[in-house]
Design a protein around this ligand. Structure first.
Ligand code: SF4
Length: 351
């Protein structure tokens, strides 16, 4: 047990083991899940149906995990970017994106990221540390809009499958009937393609999957996504062919369009070849230029032409609406280190 151990973020199996260890009745594990996830109370003193002596033991042993965001930036389009401090002193961001009836939270899974994608501000930071299960869930439950959330996307800072244990546990707690009871169809996990962890995700959860593709040619993809050298996109696609995406679960491929680099007819033909036989969607994302980046944003005409060419070849293709650009909350722009350096901050201000 570490000194930073928290009750919040434990799954039912862990809580059951804890109850056994402390000599608590077996049903106490379910009682704990109700306090932690239905009532969002992690203070043992308030857990009135747990015997006093056990509450005291829990209070001595566990620290609190739920912490409010340190700062919020608001976009003109209603998007909000929340900044959270981690127990290890790093900073992470989550983007809240309201859109009519929908309210999506883009969640981070790591502080920084070691995948090193060339177009991504987070990747420039390198990996600071992976988030605990509690730190992942805290982003969801500690924002004022928690009750309004309809969708969660694991597309914030970090590679979720590079922190698979904690991300899978967070997904379990989010979707279990003893947890938050969310439908897995309201959750999407995005990966750059960490092939060894992919079957685990697809076997253990029912959440939607988004794969960052960005270029169908191995050599070209490796130039912008070093992960290609470890786990080629072709091997990722081969794994996906073993699963059924025709019913409840969806797979989509994210494609950041970089002007003059991956937007030619040659790329369209190869994309069609690569994804042949997989029921999927391609999400085109306009590249957001980040300072000192060698990449440029495509114009609207290129985006439309690319979308229409793929659609004509039978792949359902959409262009993702850009949100929160004015507060750097858009895809690939989350980078606390850069923003804090730019604004001269050494630590975030309290809201
Ligand atoms: Fe990591 Fe995702 Fe950025 Fe790639 S795009 S460096 S996987 S956060």
């Amino acid at each position: 047990m570490t000194e930073n151990e928290t009750l919040f973020g434990m799954d039912l199996a862990q809580l059951t083991a804890l109850c056994n260890e402390l000599g608590m009745p077996r049903f106490a594990a379910r009682q704990l899940t109700r306090w932690l996830y239905a009532r969002r109370t992690e203070e043992p003193a308030l857990m009135s149906d747990i015997a006093q002596r056990f509450r005291e033991q829990l209070a001595t042993r566990f620290t609190t995990a739920l912490t409010p965001p340190r700062r919020v930036d608001r976009s003109a389009d209603g998007t909000k970017k929340y900044l959270f401090a981690t127990a290890q002193g790093a900073y992470i961001e989550s983007a809240y994106i309201p859109d009519g009836e929908r309210a999506t939270l883009c969640v981070s899974s790591q502080a920084g990221c070691r995948m090193g994608c060339a177009f991504c501000a987070t990747g420039r930071q390198g990996l600071v540390h992976s988030l605990s299960t509690a730190e992942i869930l805290n982003q969801v439950v500690s924002i004022p809009e928690f009750e309004r959330l309809t969708n969660l996307v694991f597309m914030g800072m970090g590679e979720p499958l590079d922190n698979a244990d904690n991300v899978l546990r967070a997904l379990d707690i989010l979707t279990a009937e003893w947890g938050f009871g969310w439908s897995p169809t309201r959750i999407t996990l995005s990966t750059a393609g960490v092939a060894p962890q992919l079957p685990r995700l697809l076997d253990q959860t029912k959440v939607h999957l988004a794969v960052s593709l960005h270029n169908p040619f191995p050599e070209e993809r490796a130039q912008i996504m070093p992960v290609e050298r470890a786990w080629p996109i072709r091997s990722v696609v081969d794994i996906l062919r073993r699963y059924d995406f025709t019913h409840q679960r969806r797979v989509s491929f994210e494609y950041i369009v970089l002007s003059g680099m991956n937007d030619s007819p040659r790329h369209i033909r190869e994309l069609v070849r690569l994804l042949n036989g997989i029921k999927c969607r391609i999400n085109l994302i306009r590249f957001h230029r980040i300072p000192s980046s060698p990449f440029f944003s495509p114009d609207e005409e290129t985006m439309l032409r690319f979308r229409d060419a793929l659609t004509a070849r039978g792949i359902h293709t959409t262009i993702r609406a850009s949100r929160g650009e004015d507060i750097q909350a858009a895809c690939g722009l989350l980078s606390t280190a850069e923003q804090m350096a730019r604004s001269g901050l050494s630590a975030p201000k309290e809201e």
